[in-house]
Design a protein around this ligand. Sequence first.
Ligand SMILES: Nc1ncnc2c1ncn2[C@@H]1O[C@H](COP(=O)(O)OP(=O)(O)O)[C@@H](O)[C@H]1O
Ligand SMILES: [Mg+2]
Length: 234
Amino acid sequence: MLKTIEQNNLYIVFDDSLISDDIERCFDAQYWQHKDKVTGSATGRGTTWFVQLKTIQAALRHYRRGGLFGKIISDHYFFTGWQDTRSVAEFHLLKTLKDLDVNVPTPIAARVVKKGMTYQADLLSEKIPNAQDLVSILQQRQLNDVEYQAIALQIKKMHQAQVNHTDLNIHNILLDTQGNAWIIDFDKCYEESGEEWKEGNLKRLLRSFNKEVNKRQIKWGIKDWECLIKAYHQ
Ligand SMILES: Nc1ncnc2c1ncn2[C@@H]1O[C@H](COP(=O)(O)OP(=O)(O)O)[C@@H](O)[C@H]1O
Ligand SMILES: [Mg+2]
């Protein structure tokens, strides 16, 4: 069941069937380090820590800005209301998608700490077991048509759920060892009606493939894209 804690400067939403730890402390990487429950990490804008909960592993992320602006006020955002904050919004968006059977991490808990007119945010979500992002996989091998179809299916389902993924790139798509595709990183994403924006998500994804061909020599070609797009439209 979803529970919330609301105090003057603190808001937490969590699923009490997934986490039974000290909920006020479980957003701090140090807490998990002291308990020797950190199982790994990944770096994107910041560090995502993987931690072992009772039954599942979780990914712990502190929200940070990218770019030059981010170097100045790296992790503070202007506060307009608890439900508008980065982590609470992502938590609820993941819940919506999960309930519609889209392969996204199950949200576990979100925290917002208010500091004057600004806030800091953290999210705990399920770590997708036995999965790697497409960039890592494509540096080692090509994907086959069935794998591209699995990726297309999840993008299609996300779009049928009317969720606009504003950062749909190949770092944010994972493939597990069972051949399931997963979409992650819904920071700044939102529900949107209509169809026009869907093409924008796909264009961004295509740019990402092209970029990584040059940057990391990924094993990908235009035939692969045609396969993905064909499956998306089926
Ligand atoms: N739920 C998850 N399961 C498995 N790996 C994850 C998960 N969340 C993040 N990662 C890994 O961490 C990286 C960075 O996380 P992400 O949520 O995309 O944050 P950002 O891009 O803002 O740094 C991802 O590219 C992925 O490799
Ligand atoms: Mg990302």
